[in-house]
Structures are given as C-alpha cells and as structure tokens.
Design a protein around this ligand. Structure first.
Ligand SMILES: Nc1nc2c(c(=O)[nH]1)N[C@H]1C(S)=C(S)[C@@H](COP(=O)(O)OP(=O)(O)OC[C@H]3O[C@@H](n4cnc5c(=O)[nH]c(N)nc54)[C@H](O)[C@@H]3O)O[C@H]1N2
Ligand SMILES: Nc1nc2c(c(=O)[nH]1)N[C@H]1C(S)=C(S)[C@@H](COP(=O)(O)OP(=O)(O)OC[C@H]3O[C@@H](n4cnc5c(=O)[nH]c(N)nc54)[C@H](O)[C@@H]3O)O[C@H]1N2
Ligand code: SF4
Ligand SMILES: [Mo]
Length: 757
C-alpha cells in the first residue's frame, strides 16, 4: 500500500473536484479532498468516494473486440483492429464521402482529451458531422445565448444576493463550485434569497425562500409571468439597461401584454408568490441564475432559455461579481471541430453544412440534435450517415428511444466504439477499441468556467494502463497512421526539436507554415513528436501543448494577468500545467467579461422575434396532456446514487435498496392503491418497465420521477448480464423534442402506472 496522497480529480460531475487518493496495487483505497485545487479548494461531495468503482468496473475491456456475424464478439489483436477499422472507415469515405461518417461523443464528465485526439482522425476522414450529450441538453441554451450575447456564460452564486435556479437541483447535481456550501450559506443568510423553480420539492427547493412548485412543463409560462411582472410593475433596471442592452423596446412591449394571472394559473403557482419572487429579484443588488435539465429537457425549452435571459437583462444581472458573467475558456466546449479541411473527402455539392443532412435541423455548437440521429441513419436518403465512430459515450443507453438507436447502429455499414467498458453501445458496434481508464493516463476536462481566476487541472496517471488498453492519443495516432494521414518524416523532423520546448515551438511554426495541412492532424502529430519527452505516462498530455499556444494567442491579456506573457507564453503555460498536478490558474480577468460579448457595442441583444412570437402563442391550456398517460414522468433525476453511466457497478446504490426507486406523491399512491416499496410497471407509449415505488413528499401529485443512468446491462463474473434499475430511454420516444433545436423532453414523458400483483 502506498501511503502517499496523489492528486487527481473526481470524474462524476462537471465540477471535477480536486481529490487526493491513496492506492494499493490497481485499487484506489482512500479518497480525500485536495485543499490545493485552485477552484474546489478542499470541497467534495460523497460521490468522490466512488472512484474505485469506476476503476474496477466489472465489464472493463482488455482487448479490441470484433463482432461476428452471429452478434457475439471475438478478441483481436491491436494491429488487426487498427488495420481493419481504418480500412472499413476509409472504404465508407471513398464510396460516400467523409460526411457520411458520423462522430458521437468525445468525453464524459471528466475526460475531454479523447475528443481532442479524435479531431485528427476526423480530419483524416473528412468527417463533417458530429454530436454529443450537449445536443440533448445545452443546444437550445447555446442558440439563444449566441443570439443575445455571442459568448458563453456562467453564474457567480458564491457572491450573489439572490440565487435563481430553474429546473436545477445543485444539492445533488452541483453545476457550480462547492455547491452545497454555497447553498447553505445563502439559506442561512437573512439578507440573501433563493428562488427555485421546480415541480418537486428537491433538496435545493426545500432550502429555498421562494419555491415555485410549477406544474411540470410550464417553465415558459412561469418565466414569462416573472418577466411580465418586472415590466408591468416597472421593476426593471432601466438605468442599467440603457447602458448595457439593445433592442429592449419590442420586448417590453410584448411583456406589457402578457396576462400574468392566466400564466400563473397554467403553471399552478399562486400569483402572489410569483409577484413576490419577481420583486425579490428586482430588489437584489446582484442575482446569479442557472437553468438546467428540469427546463432544458422540457417542452418549450428554447423559449425558456430566452425568457431566463430576459430576466437577466431586465434585472441587470450580468457582468459583475455575484451575477452571470462571460468567462475565458481554456478550450471551448462543443467547438464543432473535426470539420477539418475535408480535403481528401469526396463531397456532395448541394449541401448546407449548417443543417443536418436528412432532417435539416440546425447544427448548433457544431452538433446535430441527438434526437435526430436515428432519422439521419434509418432512411434511404442519399446523404444518410453510413458509419459511426462513438467515443467516451453511451448513446444507446443515454439517448431517447434506445431500441431505435440500437436498430440504427445495426443499420450502419460500419461502427466502432472507443470505450473502457463493454457498454450498451459497444454491444452494438462492429469493433470496440479498449481505452485505458481516466486514472491510467494523463486526463483533463474543459469544464473551466470561473469568473476571475479560471483554472485547469491536468491529472497525472495513478496506474499504468491495464494490459491490452491504450490511451486515446495512441489510438488516434495509430488510426491516422493507418489512414496515411501523418507522414513519418514530419514526425521525425519535429521530434528532433522536441528536447527543448522553445526550439520545438519554432520548429512547429516553421513546419506548419511550410505545410499548413499538418494542422488538421495537429493533436496526433504532437502526440508522436512530444510523447517521448514528456514525463513517463504523460503522453496523452501532448495535445495540450497546441491548446496552450492557441489560448495565449486568443486571450493574451487574461493569460498575462495570470502570469503567462511574452513570445513563448504558451510554452510557459504548458510547463506550468505539467508541473502542477492539482491544477493551475491559466487566466485572470476583473471586469465580468463584457469585452467577450460578440454583439454590436458589447450590448446584450434582448430581441429574438421568433421566440417572442412563441411566447405570445403559448397554448392557454398549458402543455399537452394525454388521457391515456395521465402522469408526467421526469425521466432522469440526479440523486446521490447516480453518476451518468461511467460507473457501471451498482455497488454505490443505497444500502438496503436493490435498485433505485420511482418517486411518487403520497396523494397519487393513495389514489392508485400503491404503498411504499411496492412493485409497479411504468408504462409509456413506447414501452414498459418494472420498478420499486418510493413515496416522496416532495413530488407534486401527477408527477413521478426516476433516476438517470440506471438500468445498465452489466456483465457479471460468470458472463451473464444483469440489469439493475430502469433503462429510462426504453421508455422515451425520439419524436418528443424541441421543434427548434431538437432537444428531448425527458422531463415531460407521459406515463401511467400499473400495479403488479
Ligand atoms: N449525482 C449526480 N450528479 C450529476 C449527474 C449524475 O448523473 N448524478 N449528472 C450530471 C449531468 S450530466 C447533468 S446535465 C446535471 C443535471 O443536473 P440537474 O438538471 O440539476 O438534474 P436533474 O435532477 O436531472 O433535474 C433537476 C430538477 O429538474 C426538476 N424538474 C422536473 N421537471 C421539471 C419541469 O418541468 N420544470 C422545472 N423547472 N423543473 C423540473 C426535477 O424535479 C429536478 O429536481 O447533473 C450533473 N450532476
Ligand atoms: N432519459 C434521460 N436520458 C438522459 C438523461 C436524462 O436525464 N434522462 N441525461 C442526459 C445527460 S444530461 C447526459 S450528459 C447523458 C450522458 O450520457 P453519455 O454522454 O452517453 O455519457 P456517460 O453516461 O457519462 O458515458 C460515458 C462513457 O465513457 C466511458 N468512459 C469512461 N472513461 C473513459 C475513458 O477514459 N475513455 C473512453 N474512451 N471512454 C471512457 C464510460 O464507460 C461510458 O460508456 O445522458 C443523457 N441521457
Ligand atoms: S460528484 Fe461532482 S461535486 Fe461531487 S465530488 Fe465529484 S466532481 Fe465534486
Ligand atoms: Mo448532462
């Protein structure tokens, strides 16, 4: 046993709290918070204790797998796998063009380096279309954000007088640093207030000063009413708006006309409570606000994102401490890279690259909507996707309509999955390439959203790679080599300069100016050229060299304010990253980020005419109801026992409980004659599933809730497969989605319950 505490990070949610661990053999034996992490500063929640459950995952892979005709898998050696995968992908590319190959994934909650290396493979193949989980939650928000601000936004709850949480339960799901501490501080301070919009009395809602327990799916009415009250009671911050927003007039005009009382009735919240909440917002010196899945996976979610931002604009809650702010990203998320030069690809001439090829949905953040993927495959449309590369993601389980996603994967000419485990998605692929775990390589996430001092942590490996597994840098380098996309001579030339990073920077600049196409495979070129000079086991960090160079070029002032200036600032930053296993501050900024807005005059644009139109035409009867399925299932609640699907062992489930439960209001339970602990079938128009009932005082009558990430098909020691809990997306339909951006309505799934004898 090693008594040494080694810094790393928790990979369960986007906070990636710094932790320190002790190890024994290939096990993580002890976990404690890392006081030296620049953002989380010694904070963790209980879930950090689960790191070993991920590391020891029961169905972790240790060899490439090839699917046989009968659907079973055989192991193949790496050389064969790389050769065959590259040849099959190249064949699809040669026949139909790189745009017929679709890439899904690139990273989960704690591992974003796979997506960086994949850029090279995608460029080599001329891949143009991609997606990932952001396109089933954040694309509506991003679409609105781009039209209003033109930059990313985050929220400073720590210093806010009022916290507004819309369909967000940070007590369980986090979403900002040290969430539980911050929530407790706000709740305990009589001068600060928390406003929570959630049908359910979540742990967070239970701490709120104003809990707007809306009828599910009515966020648009609730937010519309709040905005209307600010205008109709003349509570908006007109002085601030005169300085910072544009195009307010038509918006004020529409909000003046919104019938607050009727809207309050639709969302089933007392008008007085709505008015009190709006007045509290208006009174606050600072308000930070955040929306998440409760709204983003509901009906009218894109409209909701707009109305949320109108509240920010009307109250002046942007660009200072304690409000929302624009941040300086180390590397933008969902930048939609991988479009590459596409030089080798055969291309159809009649394309609109900003729309998905079959359904014509807009491509937002470079992503096509998750809920459209099966339609982009299961069709005879000439531009359909013919092949798919999936990496660090489990779309068969995590996207709506799992059975249809399975069918789509089997309909492809070719598919390959890069993962650490034999997941539900891997079990449908033609080839599976085993990656080593996040604790067996250098790894990082690009969830870096802090207001003043933004930080990045490169985690060092705790263990050598498990036999038979490779890191993604190696996998993509080999694929690119097999595709003939990197020239050994280019690598050799760069490698000879790699001994000294400053000389390397010169050599790299010269090589890429002489041969610009090298940039399309930059990550693997760096992996090959720098891999050997990096500390042992740190090869996967090589691509960060390029990201560091780009960062200091794009944000010289913020980098300089953090101590990285001068002609070789990128190298100094890269060295600091390598030398600081608990993380470093890479940027500093004082002003709230107004200069980052990409809107005329650095003003927030309030006016999105089509969404105002949608607000005016909201159905006075509220969201759709189906008498055959009278309950609304919130399909995917974050609880202490959930962690998406990266931890596949069910050992973290609550003690004494065989599986995670269906939460239901005692009122509904009584009406249906169901008791706590009973088994029921939950039925939707798509499928049915059996589950255990938990009576939950926090549930609204008519609203039931199941946890996310459960119902995995986990391979047991004897080879059998055991499913624990409900695989939610067997119950969901890909057609239940936002009409504008295609995000799913997972929080608004019409369902009914049937008692099991
Ligand atoms: N423990 C744990 N934490 C996680 C994760 C995990 O798997 N487990 N996953 C991470 C990921 S990927 C994400 S995206 C985040 C998500 O984080 P959250 O969005 O906070 O998580 P959810 O529990 O899905 O949804 C939040 C709330 O929405 C409410 N809700 C349901 N229907 C409606 C509605 O119609 N309107 C409104 N306003 N609210 C509604 C639910 O009652 C719930 O309390 O969590 C991250 N954190
Ligand atoms: N019905 C319903 N569906 C939902 C949700 C919901 O609330 N309701 N939530 C949605 C949300 S918000 C999200 S974010 C998605 C999440 O769903 P996905 O995007 O599919 O992500 P994860 O479940 O986190 O899967 C991560 C995968 O990465 C693999 N992995 C772990 N480490 C490594 C590594 O180092 N290398 C490689 N190559 N692979 C690795 C894991 O084994 C796992 O298969 O689910 C969505 N699906
Ligand atoms: S689950 Fe999230 S908040 Fe909890 S320790 Fe892990 S990264 Fe931190
Ligand atoms: Mo997510």
């Amino acid at each position: 046993m090693s008594a040494e505490w080694k810094p790393t990070a928790c990979m369960i949610c986007s906070m990636n709290c710094g932790i320190e661990v002790q190890t024994e053999g290939t096990r993580i034996t002890r976990v404690r918070p890392d006081q030296n992490h620049p953002v989380t500063k010694g904070y963790v929640c209980e879930k950090a204790q689960r790191m070993d459950a991920y590391q020891q995952g029961r169905d972790r892979l240790s060899s490439p797998m090839r699917r046989r005709a009968d659907g079973t898998y055989e192991t193949v050696d790496w050389a064969t796998a790389i050769r065959e995968v590259a040849a099959r992908l190249a064949a699809v590319r040669n026949e139909y063009g790189g745009e017929s190959i679709f890439y899904y994934g690139g990273g989960g909650q704690g591992n974003h380096l796979p997506g960086v290396y994949a850029q090279a493979t995608l460029s080599a193949l001329g891949v143009r279309y991609r997606s990932n989980a952001l396109a089933q939650e954040k694309t509506g928000e991003a679409w609105v954000q781009a039209r209003m601000f033109g930059c990313g936004m985050h929220h400073d709850f720590e210093h806010a007088e009022v916290a507004l949480l819309i369909g967000k339960n940070p007590w369980q799901s986090n979403g900002f640093p040290r969430a539980r501490l911050v929530l407790r501080e706000i709740a305990a301070d009589p001068d600060r207030s928390m406003i929570v919009i959630d049908p359910r009395k979540s742990e967070t809602a239970a701490m709120a000063d104003y809990h707007l327990a809306i009828r599910p799916g009515t966020d648009a009415w609730c937010l519309g009413a709040l905005a209307a009250i600010l205008v109709q009671e003349q509570l908006y911050n007109s002085a601030w708006m005169a300085e910072h927003v544009a195009n307010a007039e038509p918006v004020l005009d529409v909000l003046q006309r919104i019938p607050v009382r009727e809207f309050a009735q639709v969302c089933d919240v007392g008008e007085d409570l709505l008015r009190a909440a709006a007045r509290r917002m208006a009174r606050a010196r600072t308000m930070a606000s955040m929306e998440d899945l409760g709204m983003q996976m509901g009906v009218h979610s894109t409209l909701g994102s707009y109305l949320h931002r109108l509240l920010i604009g009307l109250t002046g809650s942007f660009g200072r401490s304690g409000t929302s702010y624009a941040f300086v990203p180390f590397r933008p998320l969902g930048s939609g890279g991988g479009a590459g030069a596409g030089a080798r690809a055969k291309s159809h001439g009649d394309r609109n690259w900003r729309r998905s090829p079959v359904t014509g949905f807009p491509v937002i953040m470079g992503l096509i909507p998750c809920n459209a993927i099966t339609e982009e495959i299961l069709t005879d449309h000439p531009h359909r996707f013919r092949a798919m590369i999936v990496e660090s993601s489990n779309p068969v389980h995590s996207l709506a309509d799992s059975n249809r996603m399975r069918e789509a994967m089997r309909a492809l000419d070719f598919s390959v999955v890069i993962d650490v485990a034999m997941t539900e998605t891997a079990s449908e692929a033609d080839y599976v390439l085993p990656a080593c775990s996040q604790f067996e390589k250098a790894e990082a996430s690009f969830f870096n959203f802090e207001p003043k001092d933004n930080a990045f942590q490169l985690r060092h490996p705790l263990f050598p790679p498990r036999d038979g597994t490779w890191e993604e840098g190696e996998i993509h380098s080999r694929l690119c080599e097999a595709l003939g996309a990197i020239d050994a001579a280019d690598v050799t030339a760069l490698k000879s300069a790699a001994g000294n990073l400053d000389a390397f920077a010169m050599a790299f600049a010269q090589a890429t100016s002489a041969k610009p196409e090298l940039m399309s495979v930059e990550p693997v070129l760096l992996y090959r050229a720098l891999g050997d000079v990096l500390p042992a086991g740190m090869g996967n960090a090589a691509a960060l060299w390029g990201i560091a160079q780009l960062f200091v070029r794009n944000f010289p002032e913020e980098a300089a304010a953090a101590g990285y200036s001068g002609p070789l600032a990128g190298n100094r930053l890269f060295e600091a990253i390598l030398a600081s296993p608990s993380g470093i501050v890479f940027s500093h900024m004082e002003a709230g980020g107004w200069h980052l807005l990409r809107q005329p005059g650095n003003r927030i644009n309030l006016h999105i005419p089509d969404l105002l139109e949608q607000l005016l035409s909201l159905d006075p009867a509220g969201p759709p109801v189906d008498p055959e399925f009278p309950l609304i299932l919130s399909a995917g609640e974050r609880r202490t026992e959930t962690s998406n699907t990266s931890i596949r062992d069910a050992t973290w489930l609550r003690k004494g409980s065989l599986e995670s439960t269906l939460r239901i209001s005692p009122v509904d339970a009584e009406r249906l004659g169901i008791a706590d602990g009973d088994m029921v079938d939950i039925v939707t128009s798509r499928d049915r599933a059996r589950t255990v009932v938990e009576l939950h005082e926090g549930c609204r009558p008519g609203h039931v809730s199941l946890p996310n990430g459960q119902g995995l098909d986990v391979r047991q020691a004897d080879g059998s497969i055991k499913r624990l809990g409900v695989a939610l997306n067997n119950l969901t339909d890909y057609r239940w989605r936002d009409p504008i951006v295609g995000t799913p309505w997972h929080k608004y799934v019409p369902a009914r319950l049937e008692r099991v004898a």
